[in-house]
Design a protein around this ligand. Structure first.
Ligand SMILES: C[S@@+](CC[C@H](N)C(=O)[O-])C[C@H]1O[C@@H](n2cnc3c(N)ncnc32)[C@H](O)[C@@H]1O
Length: 232
């Protein structure tokens, strides 16, 4: 892994007022973020279903870093957390939550500020397991973003995303103007299951398994899913 970077704090960074992810720290500290611990725990069991012990992991769009720290806790060989939009870009958050949890866990997870179009294996290397969770539908150009993530994976890419138009077997992707998707103007696109599978296969992953999100059920024709794509 080239050019890694993580902040070193000699004292605990200030606890931010707001978190996106929830945490239950080993010292008993409980942090209630927008995304509940129950959701994250159930999600992690699906995300890491093919194992993470001894593997190198990159968590793209890590934000507060729940999945990065969970990969480390589960025995990953190395973990790199990347983000930009919410860390120092125009997004809704900051990196304070990530840095706070990192310090409290005495974590060895590495962090890099990288925007999606700048993800490059020549810079970052490649990884056994690439996490691309909750990011795809935020991108104006989702297939280009997916290809950026795919280029970093020499074994497995895990994508968690919204899907729509699942009543069609044709591979289609729906555009959501304005804030039509969940009231969030940064949500642009949702592929259907057939499109998600076809994009992952086109990106070089012949083995694609798609499972429903364990908790979030969106109704007819829509769904939140977790796709596991493997090179072989
Ligand atoms: C819904 S959060 C998901 C966070 C985490 N991966 C998870 O699954 O809980 C979306 C993440 O994608 C990142 N992201 C990257 N590019 C983005 C963009 N153009 N618009 C919105 N979010 C973007 C955000 O910074 C944020 O960390």
């Amino acid at each position: 892994m080239i050019g890694e970077e993580s902040k070193i704090f000699s004292a605990s960074p200030k606890r931010p007022a707001k978190f996106f992810h929830s945490f239950a720290l080993p010292d008993g500290t409980r942090i209630a973020g927008d995304k509940t611990l129950d959701t994250l725990v159930r999600e992690a069991d699906v995300v890491f279903r093919n194992g993470v012990q001894g593997r190198s992991v990159i968590d793209i769009g890590a934000w507060d870093g729940y999945m990065s720290f969970e990969a480390e806790r589960r025995g990953a060989r190395s973990v790199l957390a990347t983000d930009h939009f919410c860390w120092s870009g125009p997004g809704w958050g900051t990196r304070e939550g990530f840095d706070f949890i990192h310090y409290r866990l005495r974590s060895k997870v590495l962090a890099r500020e990288v925007d999606i179009p700048d993800l490059d294996p020549a810079d970052l290397g490649t990884f056994d397991l690439v996490l691309f969770l909750g990011v795809l539908y935020h991108l104006r150009d989702p297939f280009a973003g997916l290809l950026r993530a795919a280029a970093l994976a020499h074994d497995e890419l895990v994508v968690e995303t919204e899907t729509a138009c699942n009543d069609s077997e044709e591979p289609v992707m729906r555009f959501f103007p304005g804030a039509e998707l969940d009231g969030d103007a940064t949500n642009f696109w949702a592929p259907n299951l057939s499109c998600l599978r076809a994009m992952l296969q086109d990106a070089g992953f012949p083995q694609v398994t798609i499972v429903s999100h364990p908790l979030i059920h969106l109704g007819p024709g829509r769904g939140r899913v977790i796709a596991h794509a493997r090179r072989s």
